[in-house]
Every structure is written in structure tokens, then in C-alpha cells.
Design a protein around this ligand. Structure first.
Ligand SMILES: CC(C)(COP(=O)(O)OP(=O)(O)OC[C@H]1O[C@@H](n2cnc3c(N)ncnc32)[C@H](O)[C@@H]1OP(=O)(O)O)[C@@H](O)C(=O)NCCC(=O)NCCS
Length: 198
């Protein structure tokens, strides 16, 4: 059995989901990844690099070649799995670090949640927690993110978490060749922004 090279456990308080926590992605998550992504086409539709339908091979590729590889490059878990009390995967949240950058530079936040958990403020709670880790433990200067035009749920999550909408939009080509427009958002490390003003 393959294992993640790095481990983590971050507990999160949530009034409706006891035992909500973040960990590294695990090899045993493959079946749940496949089920949740295939059950909700909105996950693929609203992200750039998640195929639909989603196969076992897609899950294996994501674990080995995306999550674990990026985490090893930074030496920190930055691709988190969202779990409940039973430890089963509910969704994913990632701070994508572009390897050519300084690891303390900016990272791109991406996330999705399985449809059984939508509408309970889970993602807003999780985003706020990951931002604390990003700016505190990891000392990132800023976090950027984006949502496709019309993805108002995700836009709301970002706005409620303090992100500022940037001017202009970015064009992406998805894995299936579809061209999409995205709003861009940014949040600067509040402690560094305060220091810069002093
Ligand atoms: C987007 C997503 C992560 C949201 O997760 P969630 O836990 O349900 O989100 P939350 O409950 O924390 O917040 C959603 C907010 O959007 C609001 N909302 C719901 N439907 C909406 C709509 N059609 N238009 C505008 N706002 C909407 C909710 O009311 C809530 O805001 P509120 O707390 O102020 O009432 C989840 O739906 C998902 O994974 N979708 C598919 C993948 C995706 O879009 N990923 C993000 C890519 S940028």
C-alpha cells in the first residue's frame, strides 16, 4: 500500500459537523474520491483539472503526481483532505504552490466538497482555517483564488473569507478543451500588510 510522505492533523470547530478535520491525502481515499466526483458533475464543471467521469486511475494520478508530489516539493502538507468524525473524505482543499516560486510566496487556493455536505458552511469554515495555516505556519505573503463566472456559491465562500475581487478576468482551458472565464481574488497576509503600514 502506498502512503503519503507527509502527515498532518488539523481539528476544526463546526456546529453541525462534529470531528471536522484536515489531514494529508491517503491511498485509501481513492474510492471515495471517485464516488463523490462522479456523483456531482458540478465538481468537474467548476474546476480546471478534474475530469468527468472520474476513474480509479484519475484518483491514483491525483494522489501520486499532484498532491504528494507538490507536498514533497514544499516539505509541508498543502493538499488537505477534509474529513468528518468517521475519517471518511468529504472534500479537498489545496494551496497550490508553483514550484518555481519561493515556498513563502503566493499560493493558489482551490477546493471542492462532496454534494452530501453542501450548504452547511463547511467550506467557508475550512477556507478560514486553511488561511490561518497559510499565513501563520507557512508565512505565505498572499493567497490567490478564482471562480468561474456564475459560480456564485464559491464566490460567496471567497468573499466571506475576506478575499478581494481583482480587476479583470482570466481565461482557462479545461482538461476537456472547454474555454472558461474566471474571476480572480486575492488576500494578502494581514500581519505583513500591517507591518508594511507601520
Ligand atoms: C462551492 C462549494 C465548495 C461550496 O461549499 P459549501 O460548504 O456548500 O459552501 P458554504 O455553505 O460554506 O457557503 C456557500 C454560500 O453560498 C451561498 N449560495 C448557495 N447557493 C448560491 C447561489 N446559487 N448563488 C449565490 N450564493 C449561493 C450560500 O447561501 C452560502 O452563503 P451564506 O453562508 O452567506 O448563506 C461546493 O458547492 C462545491 O464543492 N461545489 C463544486 C466545486 C466548486 O465549485 N469548487 C470551487 C471552485 S472555485
Amino acid at each position: 500500500m502506498e502512503t503519503s510522505p507527509l502527515t498532518t492533523h488539523i481539528a476544526i470547530d463546526h456546529p453541525l459537523i462534529p470531528g471536522l478535520h484536515l489531514t494529508e491525502a491517503r491511498w485509501s481515499d481513492r474510492a471515495t474520491l471517485v464516488r463523490l466526483i462522479n456523483d456531482a458533475p458540478e465538481i468537474s464543471q467548476n474546476t480546471v483539472a478534474i475530469p468527468y467521469p472520474y476513474s480509479d486511475q484519475d484518483a491514483e494520478f491525483a494522489l501520486r503526481e499532484v498532491f504528494w508530489k507538490q507536498d514533497q516539493a514544499t516539505g509541508q502538507v498543502r493538499n488537505f483532505v477534509i474529513r468528518g468524525q468517521d475519517d471518511v473524505l468529504m472534500g479537498v482543499i489545496s494551496l497550490f504552490h508553483r514550484s518555481e516560486n519561493d515556498p513563502r510566496d503566493s499560493a493558489e487556493l482551490g477546493y471542492w466538497l462532496g454534494s452530501p455536505y453542501w450548504g452547511k458552511s463547511v467550506m467557508t469554515t475550512v477556507v478560514r482555517c486553511v488561511l490561518q495555516v497559510a499565513f501563520g505556519d507557512y508565512g505565505l505573503r498572499s493567497v490567490s483564488s478564482g471562480c468561474f463566472l456564475g459560480n456564485n456559491k464559491s464566490r460567496r465562500v471567497l468573499e466571506k473569507s475576506g478575499f478581494q475581487l481583482l480587476d479583470g478576468q482570466r481565461t482557462y482551458t479545461k482538461l476537456n478543451g472547454q474555454v472558461v472565464q474566471s474571476h480572480r481574488f486575492e488576500l494578502k497576509n494581514p500581519a505583513m500588510a500591517q507591518q508594511a503600514m507601520e
